[in-house]
Design a protein around this ligand. Sequence first.
Ligand code: ACO
Length: 335
Amino acid sequence: KGCKLIGCGSAIPSHEFSNDDLAKIVDTSDEWISARTGIRSRRILTGKENLTTLAVEAARKALEMAEVNADDVDLILFCSSSPDQMFGGAPEVQKELGCKRNPPAFDIRAACSGFLLGLVTASSYIRGGSFTNVLVIGADNVSRYIDWTDKKTCVLFGDAAGAVLVQACDSEEDGLFGFDLHTDGFGSRHVYADVKHTKRNIALDLNGTALGFSPTCPSISFIHMNGQEVYRFAVSVVPKSIKASLAKARLKLSDIDWLLLHQANMRIIDRVATKLEFPMDRVISNLANYGNTSAASIPLALDEAIRSGKVKEGETIATAGFGGGLTWGSAIVRW
Ligand code: ACO
């Protein structure tokens, strides 16, 4: 059995925050950010909309393009590290989409590699024969965990959502050829946001019997990142991973029409393309407008490239994600 991508969609917050806007609140400049990252602007969720709103909008657009009703979705994978709800963002998205048959809907949390893991998970369920229509959503509200006084991280991230509909098909039409996935927990301290464990004070009565715990609320720390280590990690593992996916797909780099990497930093994208000897005019990037939108970055860039007519039906894309965990991976897909 095969599986193919038949619809895509994306959504961004209405509030735009440019490099010049950032320079008003932190000691940075448009020149520094543009030269070191390639980012010019980003979109930030301010409270008028939330991550669920964005995810639902992206998903609806993907379903519309795929001409699939919400009622015919068999599985929803919500790839996000920053859902609106601690128990997972997928159920709320499923409710808002109005999927009446109660299809399973759950979260995949794998930082900037989340969407790629979602895509491979969808293909595995479909190939196993369990489901026909799988909605894969990549969505993140990273700005929620940013220290806006830390110039080393606050210039990098933005919020967004993107979605694809993956559908079962005959093996001749298969659109996901090979993939390669990894995690290196030993590198987890290069980029992290810790769940802060609250001190639970037990209130005791005079006989030493516990009366209960003080009601303090747990929280998550700001994102901390060793930028240089993350850069070194990305430019080292991503080219190898793409080569591994190509080998599994029995394809050569010259068979690939487009390279679409997680949109973290233009210098990473340039370096990976150079290492692979892949032409820059076949590299998809919208990083300048949105910054690093974590799990949303690949489906957001894919959606823009497809809707603008850049990526055409039948073309093959090598895509790769990398980020916190450390997690990384790649896949070869056909649109
Ligand atoms: N504006 C102005 N100056 C700055 C800024 C800023 N925004 N940030 C850092 N600087 C300064 C530093 O203070 C330092 O100054 P000093 O030399 O006087 O001490 C100087 O610029 C160089 O700082 P570095 O941190 O060495 O800068 P670098 O060239 O490494 O660029 C960057 C930093 C852009 C973060 C880069 O390391 C990078 O892109 N790394 C990859 C990060 C990434 O892509 N992460 C994605 C995964 S994250 C996830 O998955 C959640």
